[in-house]
Design a protein around this ligand. Structure first.
Ligand code: HEM
Length: 332
């Protein structure tokens, strides 16, 4: 299965890719139940209900798409895309400090509530997260495409599994590559999926170690790859002693638009996290960053392929896992 996927994702045409992935899933016993339109007969309105919920929540609160997209990333990298990130309780993934700034839970819960009315016990929370993230990108102006469904919900959620599986902003390129590879994601996928930082917010603590003020109040760059004017702006928004709840936009130019501005920011040395800036600094990824900055369509095409790979990490299907009644708790 791993080999099949890596061959498939070198295909440049997304339509061809989706058709191939469909047949690949259908032929693979381990993913026999993951397919496009999985709910066509059991819950025909499933995808509509999710997208409607995402649209309406996002129209009230433009920060929702970013939250939903990050939620998927943190779900899939820990225990696979199985909604383990949603489970409440002592010692679950959700309780880990690396996950305390996650959001969008109420949107997933709203969609689930409606789905339980129309199709009780049918649509998994894992599928809702994946569909909601896919729709969040489209709502924010990014590409829209089909993804396979049929994921089942996991019963295991352990905070101790979070840190070893989630990338920290202090990671070197080699560390990021290693972690992504362990999820069957390539260097190209790393550059592409980091483009998620074209939307959303970040707390000051995620980047404020990149600069400091000296005793005379003058800016000192700790990370000299950062543009000093941008660092000044960030420092104003994150003054020493600022509330831990202070946030800035990941992409200050087009904060809520899913576009290729993230890559133009990188080229201008305005990547917010050290892990963003390194994509420009490292010779292995610079060309791809520049290509995405120059052509949004190239980024969007690549996004469809890499996003699909993200949504199938470690999925549970068939007899594995369960369909939760409530997304926050495993069934009794
Ligand atoms: C490559 C390594 C990555 C690192 C080190 C990283 C790190 C971070 C950090 C520190 C934040 C700010 C969180 C906060 O302060 O509240 C953030 C935000 C975000 N990340 Fe990442 N991330 C990475 C990759 C990804 C990927 C692959 C995705 C999705 C495909 C993603 C989607 C997002 C989104 C959408 C936000 C904004 C969240 C919001 O608005 O609430 N990130 N990321």
């Amino acid at each position: 299965m791993e080999t099949k996927i890596s061959i498939l994702f070198s295909t440049p045409n997304l339509c061809t890719l989706l058709i191939l992935v469909f047949f690949s899933f259908a032929a693979s016993p381990s993913h026999a139940s993951l397919s496009f339109n999985f709910y066509a007969t059991s819950c025909p309105a499933a995808e509509f209900i999710v997208s409607n919920t995402v649209r309406s929540a996002s129209s009230n609160d433009p920060t929702i798409p970013g939250k939903l997209l990050r939620l998927l990333f943190h779900d899939c990298f820990v225990e696979g895309c199985d909604a383990s990130v949603l489970l409440k309780g002592n010692g679950t993934e959700r309780s880990d400090p690396a996950n305390t700034s996650l959001g969008g839970f109420s949107v997933i819960d709203s969609a689930k509530r409606v789905l339980e009315i129309f199709c009780p016990g049918t649509v998994s929370c894992a599928d809702i997260i994946a569909l909601a993230a896919r729709d969040a990108v489209a709502v924010a102006g990014g590409p829209a495409f089909q993804i396979p469904t049929g994921r089942r919900d996991g019963r295991i959620s352990n905070a101790a599994n979070v840190r070893p599986n989630i990338v920290d902003t202090s990671f070197t390129m080699d560390e990021m590559i290693k972690l992504f590879n362990s999820k069957d994601l390539s260097l190209d996928d790393l550059v592409t999926l980091s483009g998620a930082h074209t939307i959303g917010l970040a707390h000051c603590s995620a980047f404020s170690d990149r600069f400091q003020r000296d005793s005379k109040g003058k800016l000192t760059l700790i990370d000299t790859t950062l543009d000093s004017t941008y660092a000044e702006e960030l420092m104003k928004k994150c003054p020493a002693g600022a509330s831990t709840s202070n946030t800035v936009s990941n992409d200050p130019e087009t904060s809520f638009a899913f576009d290729n501005q993230y890559y133009s920011n990188l080229v201008a040395h305005k990547g917010l996290f050290q892990s963003d800036s390194v994509l420009l600094e490292d010779g292995r990824t610079r060309k791809q960053v520049e290509a995405f900055a120059n052509d949004q369509q190239i980024f969007f095409r690549s996004w469809g392929e890499s996003f699909l790979k993200l949504t199938i990490i470690g999925v549970k299907t068939d007899a594995e896992g369960e369909i939760r009644q409530s997304c926050s708790f495993a069934n009794n």
